[in-house]
Design a protein around this ligand. Sequence first.
Ligand code: NI
Ligand code: MN
Length: 239
Amino acid sequence: MSSEIHLTFLGHSAFSIKYGEWHLLIDPFITGNPASASASISAADLDPTHIILTHGHGDHLGDTIAIAERTGAEIITTFECANYIKGKGLENVADLGIGGGRNFPFGRVKFTIAHHSSSAPDGTYMGNPAGVLLFIGGKTIYHAGDTALTYEMKLLGEMNQVDVALLPIGDNYTMDARDAVKAVEFINPSVAIPMHYNTFPIVEADPEVFRAGVEAQGKQGVILNPGETFSIAGASSHE
Ligand code: NI
Ligand code: MN
């Protein structure tokens, strides 16, 4: 089994995380995502074992239901999002509350506070949005979802050794690069990767501003173009 964790940016807030036999997607908005299209990424080519969904907005829910219907992947999401998805006929859905975690065969998922909103494209109320702490292969990956800068991120950094933080920098709906740099100070990850920018004109941002702020803190800032992969060494395998 490979001990590498492969983190591929699929555009906007969508990521693919591969570790050994496990393949996770987070917020797989692919169809209608210009960033995904620019890298010829197609939802039909994705074959996950699990899908983590932070909230119900269309630019996150995206292809979640279609991919799960095709692959049988288990969806891990909030209580209200889970009910909505079950209402579409899917049964393999895990529902977590904010602040709650659950162990899965690949590792552990814990939902964190995200200051944002959540509704389905059809207007259905989807409860509170989430950020994600993903514990996999001995590493900790934080996907902030859509969120404002919040002081709770400081607590998150104090209580976890975050290896990679995925943070929105696109402004308007979420933090801008300046706020995201402050978030990096709070979370204290080894590596920070920007997301939720340059997909549409309304979230236009310069990722180099973010990277410069991250590197000024002595941390690694990594900018991924859609389709690019960042790999980290996971714990050694036990075969
Ligand atoms: Ni949103
Ligand atoms: Mn969004």
